[in-house]
Design a protein around this ligand. Structure first.
Ligand SMILES: [Fe+2]
Ligand SMILES: [Fe+2]
Length: 279
């Protein structure tokens, strides 16, 4: 008979076995370290995967993404938004694609969180607020990993969280041995996401745990709560978690700020609900 600790240990090993990135994404990721590679060349490689690049262009040109003007090609997007943003989009497009049908609620929650994070970033004049959007898009990727590797446990987590009215992360720790933020840290490391995206994504429950990007983590944290509060998408959590007390001081704002964010979100609600990654 295996002890409970052994069972948890083997589950952790299983979840830790993060899948490799889809072909085109891992190819460009390895190429990016070569200083001689041009944006055109990278853009050309991504464009060869027509479905994936169409999804990326659809996302960057969506009204809720908030990028002014039309971006017509992947190379153009690379120049304007930078490699890490495009990589984050490619990752989200491929990851959510494999689970979109099964996890529509989580996809909507992630897209909504990304949108709100982007709104907050722009309102606070964060440089490269597109990266904050990406962190929002990927913040709950640990939940996807649990679902993909340990389906029964994923269902058990949802059920237990609901029945006990408990935090998903606490139930995950009990049932899987690690919570989705911890898994996100492994994902970010394995897929080489830069710290300015990885930290806000992995510290979305507690921005004070971020080493260098606490302000961005506070943006994703607030966005995660607000999108649950307005009831868009389904994070799997039975209730809206409380706001971390350091959030508003970290952002340097007061409660009125939240109201202006919600007003702008309201304007984007229709385009958000209508958006689908299908091309
Ligand atoms: Fe979370
Ligand atoms: Fe979330």
């Amino acid at each position: 008979m295996r002890t409970e600790t052994q069972v948890l240990k083997s589950k952790i090993e299983e979840v830790k076995n993060i899948p490799t990135l889809p072909g085109v994404v891992s190819k460009i990721t390895s190429m990016i370290h070569d200083p001689h590679v041009s944006t055109e060349k990278l853009g050309g490689i991504i464009s060869k995967d027509q479905v994936l690049s169409a999804k990326v262009l659809k996302l960057v040109n969506s009204p809720f993404y908030g990028f002014p003007g039309r971006i017509s090609s992947v190379s153009h997007a690379l120049v304007l938004l930078g490699f890490n943003v495009i990589k984050g989009m490619l990752i989200s497009a491929s990851v959510f694609d494999m689970m979109s049908r099964a996890m529509v609620g989580l996809w909507e929650h992630s897209l909504g969180c990304a949108t709100v994070a982007g709104i907050i970033g722009r309102k606070l004049n964060e440089t490269d607020s597109e990266e904050v959007f990406i962190a929002g898009l990927l913040h709950d990727i640990g939940k996807v990993m649990i679902k993909v590797t340990l389906l029964e446990d994923f269902e058990a987590v949802l059920q237990a969280a609901k029945e006990e009215g408990a935090y998903m992360r606490e139930v995950e720790e009990r049932i899987v041995g690690v919570n989705h933020a911890g898994i996100a840290r492994w994902v970010a490391a394995k897929w080489n996401l830069p710290a300015n995206i990885a930290e806000p994504m992995t510290c979305h429950h507690d921005p004070t745990r971020a080493k260098d990007y606490a302000r961005r983590a506070a943006m994703v944290h607030l966005a995660d709560l607000l999108i649950q509060a307005v009831g868009f998408g389904d994070s799997g959590s039975p209730f809206v978690p409380p706001l971390h007390p350091r959030t508003l001081p970290l952002l340097g704002v007061d409660l009125d700020f939240i109201e202006t964010v919600l007003l702008e979100l309201e304007e984007n609600m229709d385009s958000l609900s209508e958006f689908s990654l299908e091309v």
